[in-house]
Write a protein that binds this ligand. Structure first.
Ligand code: PMP
Length: 391
């Protein structure tokens, strides 16, 4: 049974054929396998054939500042942001492609720090924060930057980097910078600022913005992310970092991403009579159904609580929509260790302490295949409280 889950994690090709009643279901990772069913419906529209003699050079666009960025991806990214209206990606902004936005985050730590500073620059994010930020910042024990924890309690003078994740991973909150002091450099991680997760209320126009193919479309395995950067020096340093860490980014992946992003833009702009459901409509429909069912179960069993999200006007869809975040941030009302409690019921989640808060919280991915999500709800509804401290 556990191997059924494993086969999903490793191949990402199909939903598990059988999940037995005692199989462990893993909701700890944010693997966006939910989208598989959408792309299956599109048949061959995204299929690519790459001849053996194609894409062989290291170089993609030697004249461009980001010389390993395929012009096709550059074009597709800027077009999609124009179509969706979620970020300004005009021609005067630099696009830097990375092997996932994970690589770009590290490139930014390098680009926004300086060897001339007397001590490493502090890196902060408001808790609860995405658990990879502290890990990636601390991993190499760099002399250039260091993790300084929760932005809410950061009070050190001097330069700092604040990562603002909006909507936030893990709790789905819409966020702004919290430190707001001189010498601050802001990185906006907008991995989830897409219409299936949240109403698009404005065109983001920050100095540095990160996006990822993984969460926009579900193609996490292609490992493509992009940064939109205003400052040329920052972009140049990021390119240098990627040059040294991987001499660029897979061209096959870039072309596949360009093709798929192009198909999404085409579909969003299609106003014909046979218009199909777009990726964003599909994602929004599925996620809001899941959120509704999850809220029903949580309300019925009374053991947990979930954050509430205000409805807002979405400029992209032209209507008021409810946010439907990619993760559920579950809190035990009785103050119990939420992750342990769910593990007892064969549900693996990621506990609050990895996100810089207490263990009464845990994070659950909402992007799993249907069968796993259904089993999760079934198990969740069977959990009973102890009756102590229930309020
Ligand atoms: N930022 C956030 C907020 C994320 O949730 C994730 C993926 N979990 C990433 C960055 C990394 O994405 P990628 O797959 O592009 O490395």
């Amino acid at each position: 049974a556990a191997s059924a889950t494993k086969s999903v994690m490793s191949s990402g090709k199909k939903t598990p054929a059988t999940l037995s009643s005692d199989s462990v279901i893993n909701f700890a990772r944010g693997d966006p396998t939910m989208y598989h069913s959408y792309w299956s419906k599109l048949g061959d529209r995204c299929t690519m054939v790459i001849p053996g003699n194609d894409l062989m050079s290291y170089f993609s666009d030697a004249g461009n500042l980001c010389w390993f960025l395929m012009p096709e991806l550059d074009h597709a990214v800027r077009r999609l942001h124009r179509v969706v209206g979620n970020a300004v990606a005009d021609d005067d902004r630099f696009i830097v492609v990375g092997t996932g936005s994970t690589q770009l985050f590290q490139a930014l730590l390098y680009a926004l720090s300086s060897p001339d500073e007397p001590e490493p620059i502090s890196v902060v994010a408001a808790a609860p924060f995405y658990s990879s930020y502290p890990e990636e910042t601390e991993f190499l024990r760099s002399g250039l930057y260091k993790w300084a924890g929760d932005a809410y309690s950061f009070d050190k003078d001097g330069p700092y980097i604040e990562v603002v994740t909006s909507p936030n991973n893990p709790d789905g909150a819409i966020r702004e910078a919290v430190v707001n002091r001189e010498g601050g450099k802001l990185v906006y991680d907008l991995a989830y600022y897409w219409p299936q997760y949240t109403p698009i209320t404005h065109r983001a126009d920050y100095d540095v913005m990160l996006f990822t193919f993984s969460k926009a479309t579900g193609h996490a395995g292609s490992r493509i992310g992009w940064a939109i950067v205003k400052n040329k020096e920052v972009a140049t340093k990021m390119v240098k970092f990627i040059e040294l860490s991987s001499i660029g980014v897979s061209k096959e992946s870039q072309l596949r991403a360009a093709k798929i992003l192009g198909v999404i833009s085409d579909d969003c702009q299609d106003s014909g009579p046979n218009k199909e459901e777009t990726l964003f409509e599909y994602g929004q429909r599925l996620l809001s159904e899941r959120w509704e069912r999850l809220r029903e179960v949580v309300e019925r069993n009374g053991v947990f609580s979930l954050p509430k999200y205000p409805q807002d006007y979405c400029n992209f869809s032209g209507k008021y929509t409810d946010p439907s975040p990619a993760f559920a941030w579950l809190r035990s009302k009785e103050g119990l260790n939420c992750d342990n409690l769910l593990r007892e019921h064969n549900i693996v989640t990621r506990g609050g302490t990895t996100f810089g808060v207490g263990s009464k919280y845990t994070r659950i991915s909402m992007l799993s295949p249907d069968e796993e999500f259904n089993l999760f709800l079934e198990r969740l509804s069977a959990i009973k409280g102890t009756g102590k401290g229930n309020c």
